[in-house]
Design a protein around this ligand. Sequence first.
Ligand code: GLN
Length: 189
Amino acid sequence: MKIAVLAVQGAFIEHEQKLKKLGASCVELRKAEDLKQSYDGLILPGGESTVQGKLLRELGMFNTLRDQILSGLPVLATCAGMILLADHIEGDPTVHFQTMPVTVRRNAYGRQLGSFHTVHDLKGLGEIPMTFIRAPYISQAADDVEVLAAVDGHIVAVRCKNQTALAFHPELDESDALHQQFLAQCKNA
Ligand code: GLN
């Protein structure tokens, strides 16, 4: 199993460590040429979505990656990655892939509660640890988006066809459940 990890900015190394621990190999996507390799899935890591969106365009990776997502490549997006997928970003006209019919609110928990940790139920997996770092949440989701978890009434995990988006950082916690589930999804795709 070979998984591509967007590696232009942000917390990509932690995802790679998880994937390797689970027996998958990783391809780092840093430039347009890297997209020519074959891979079974894609991880969009946390970081700063504005910077990632800008670099994706400047490095000539944006259109190809968007096409790959639209063609059904399994995607696991965390935090900033979730913002990259969203159709709409509240109060921000600069959107990115727009492959997921949701509206996100960036830095949704404000500065005071910028980062927090909780343990919460996620559909199909049970209780898992969730670490939020200046996280977004989903303020609106279309009917074909499956809500996997809502914390304090706010949607923080969703699935829509081949795309899974999380507002938190499973790569930073001890649980491997989400990465395991993603690898199973890539295997079946
Ligand atoms: N606040 C970041 C953004 O808006 C996301 C934070 C994260 O990925 N941990 O892109």
